[in-house]
Design a protein around this ligand. Structure first.
Ligand SMILES: [Zn+2]
Ligand SMILES: [Zn+2]
Length: 302
């Protein structure tokens, strides 16, 4: 498990009548990658380092955790809940493609009284998860489990997650179907999540909505599915190259870039080579670049 340490100082001031400042306090934010794979899960020794589970990142600031997507990484997250009490969390769902929702019906933690998961998702005018996860496609509906499972369709804009102490902005980003990217501000840190992002064919321009989401973020988690050669063959499949992710990160002036949504055909050796070429593309850019590994934790602490 790799641990990166980032120093974040958060300045709290209470609006007391005397306008008394309580000075500097420290808040810790952890970012855990439970699944960094795109399209479909994979397994085997060739994937041991970066993992095979699909998209799930968990943000935890000591309040209710925030789940970014519900891919098969949800199984690993579930194992961390075994010895904990009641589970309550929110999920920011980027979109409804299988690789982002496939973990939900196996998330047995929802089948416990007192547990709850609220899913904020793009409003597509239907109820895709209820349709997908019930007969005849799936034997039982997680919406009939004993805990609380709720989907709240949202429009693009700002969203306050009070129980997670987070302020969120959702924006449409280019993809093959309706998809959100998210900007999450919590614990004094800003994290931007754009797991699926259709790069333009020329790969030399950036969608204004996406750039605005990522602007100045402490951490950008971004689609890096293809090499440039692969992109030439799949240029309208809804994704970016790892080098476009670097260009985008520099344009958005982020501090760190996590290459994410790894193609299922990419072995550990492939991803190590992509990670290296991304780091070497602009060595003096000032952006810290790494390819996300399943099990990796970024600890945002003093
Ligand atoms: Zn995806
Ligand atoms: Zn997708």
């Amino acid at each position: 498990m790799n641990v990166f340490t980032i120093c974040v100082l958060v300045h709290f001031k209470l609006a007391l009548p005397t306008r008394l400042s309580l000075g500097w306090f420290i808040v810790s934010v952890s970012v855990t990658f439970f699944g960094a794979r795109g399209s479909r899960p994979v397994s085997g020794s060739a994937y041991a380092q970066f993992g095979g589970d699909t998209a799930l990142v968990v943000l935890d600031c000591g309040a209710e955790p925030i789940l970014l997507d519900l891919g098969t990484g949800l199984s690993g997250f579930s194992r961390t809940l075994r010895d904990r009490g009641a589970f309550r969390a929110s999920c920011l769902l980027s979109h409804y493609h299988f690789d982002h929702v496939q973990g939900l019906p196996f998330f047995a933690d929802i089948d416990k009284i007192g547990n709850s998961l609220t899913i904020f998702a793009p409003d597509v005018g239907e109820k895709p998860l209820r349709t997908l996860y019930g007969p005849p496609f799936f034997p039982v509906s997680p919406f009939e489990f004993r805990g609380e499972l709720e989907v709240r369709p949202i429009a693009a804009g700002r969203l306050e997650l009070e129980r997670s102490k987070a302020s969120v902005v959702a924006s449409l980003v280019p993809h093959t179907n309706v998809a959100f990217g998210y900007r999450i501000e919590l614990g004094g840190a800003t994290i931007c999540y754009i797991p699926d992002h259709q790069a333009p064919y020329t790969r030399d321009t950036f969608a204004a909505t996406a750039l605005e989401l990522a602007d100045g973020a402490d951490l950008l988690i971004h689609d890096a599915q293809y090499t440039p050669a692969e992109f030439e063959l799949k240029s309208n499949w809804g994704h970016s190259t790892h080098l476009y992710a670097v260009d985008f990160a520099i344009a958005a002036r982020v501090k760190r870039l996590a290459l994410f949504h790894h193609d299922p055909s990419h072995s550990d050796n492939d991803l190590l080579a992509m990670e290296l070429s991304a780091k070497e593309a602009y060595p003096s850019s000032g952006v810290e670049i790494f390819a996300a590994r399943q099990g990796q934790v970024l600890q945002i602490v003093p």
